[in-house]
Write a protein that binds this ligand. Structure first.
Ligand code: URA
Length: 421
């Protein structure tokens, strides 16, 4: 095929056939299709979308560029969770050991943060000695012995997506429903999980700012998963406000450990339990996650999981060198705390990175003392900002201007879980 003909076809709204798509993805992965050509095609897809048939073939072609893992030899069924990304979203940390404590193996291949959303691996690396990279043999052994693994996806999984995602990131073509759906689902299907629960975020701190697009993304991914034989469900969950009371790497690990110890913020506990119930049901296991949390069984798996990857679950977590408080400017009730503002500020303080190769600060981030619905008096602390680099307080405070709303009447409580798809 001549690539330029395929680009013109997609530009003019003509669907590509299966052979054309398979050839294109293969040739791009091998370097025979140039970055500028794929970039033009990604923009054509951004504007014209993909038909369901094109999307299915596109996803399958991305999977076929790499290895497919197979967990059918394990003694337990497998289930995984994927979040489309949010602020304060540490749910994977308590969830993976909780579900494992209920008898389902959790192969959680995770990523790092880019931009204002955090990355699970960055959070766990706040624990001294913890190792994100495991060989496939180590991953299988840990899944069998401990039941839960949170690790980096190896280079062998959907290599087409690694290349394409990096290209989309710098060409303004991330925010396309078929491109996001095929990117996420190619990795999850190649990973070989038997069941998959998608946490599709909606709100200012999410990719999808409005409910209609979040619903469309959720149902597109659920269809791709089911068509590939993965038992897939999606929850639509709120990301207008950060989850819990901490944003940042070590701060979120500490909050996750509180949840595993039977405490923690109500919204984090509620979402962890809701996702655990969905994962257990999708894997066909009848168990009560609330009991596994209360009995300490989930905490036991957490400790084994961290130790198995070289971390010390009892080590003190790093703290940032400097803190600064943001205080209420009047008496009243917090009516809004904007997820995007808080996420960008935490990123600016050093919790996230601008370029893939940047380091993150383990201790940087934001503690939230007052959430929507909480009553405050003028001068009460609403947020504590943490960083090793105090020159970042001023830009972080600028990101937060307008992020905190205080009014007279309590806001209508927002549900954490908006819908199930
Ligand atoms: N996460 C992914 O893995 N891919 C996307 O395209 C967007 C979010």
């Amino acid at each position: 095929f001549a690539v330029v003909d395929l680009i013109r076809a997609k530009r003019d709204g003509t669907p590509l056939n299966d052979d054309q798509i398979r050839w294109l993805i293969r040739a791009y992965t091998d370097g025979a299709v140039a970055e500028e050509q794929m970039s033009a095609l990604a923009m054509a897809i951004f504007f014209n979308g993909l038909t369901p048939a094109e999307l299915a073939t596109w996803t399958r072609a991305m999977i076929d560029t790499g290895e497919r893992m197979d967990f059918s030899g394990l003694s337990r069924p497998t289930a995984d969770k994927h979040s489309t990304g949010g602020v304060g979203d540490k749910i994977t940390l308590p969830l993976a050991p909780l579900v494992a404590a209920c008898g389902v193996a959790v192969p959680q291949l995770s990523g790092r943060g880019l931009g204002h959303t955090g990355g699970t691996l960055d959070k766990l690396e706040a624990i001294g000695g913890w190792r994100a990279s495991l060989s496939n043999a180590e991953l299988f052994a840990q899944l069998e012995d401990v039941g839960a693994v949170i690790s980096a996806a190896g280079a062998g999984l959907a290599p087409a997506d690694k290349k394409l995602y990096a290209l989309r990131d710098v060409t303004g073509t991330v925010e396309s429903i078929p491109l996001i759906a095929s990117s996420i689902m190619s990795k999850k299907i190649a990973e070989g999980t038997g069941a998959l629960v998608l946490d599709v975020k909606v709100g200012s701190g999410a990719f999808m700012k409005d409910e209609a697009s979040a619903r469309e993304l959720a149902s597109t991914m659920v269809e791709l998963g089911r068509a590939a034989g993965v038992n897939t469900v999606a929850l639509l969950t709120d990301m207008a406000t950060p989850l819990g009371r901490s944003v940042g790497n070590a701060l979120e690990v500490a909050e996750s450990v509180e949840v595993l110890a039977g405490g923690g913020p109500a919204d984090v506990v509620e979402l962890t339990l809701a996702l655990a119930r969905e994962m257990l049901a999708a894997a066909g296991v009848a168990a009560d996650p609330e009991h596994a949390l209360a009995s300490g069984a989930a905490m036991d798996v957490w400790r084994s999981m961290i130790s198995a990857q070289g971390g010390d679950p009892d080590a003190a977590l790093p703290r940032a060198r400097e803190t600064e408080q943001v205080r209420a400017d009047r008496d009243g009730v917090v009516t809004g705390l904007d997820a995007l503002g808080v996420g960008v500020a935490a990123w600016r303080l050093g919790a996230g990175r601008t370029r893939k190769e940047d380091p993150v600060q383990a201790g940087a981030g934001i503690e939230i003392h007052a959430r929507p619905g909480d009553r405050v008096a003028a001068g009460d602390p609403v947020l504590t900002l943490h960083t090793d680099t105090p020159e970042r307080f001023a830009p972080a405070l600028a990101d937060l201007s307008g992020a905190i709303a205080i009014g007279d009447a309590a806001p209508h409580p927002r549900p954490v879980v908006i819908d199930r798809i």
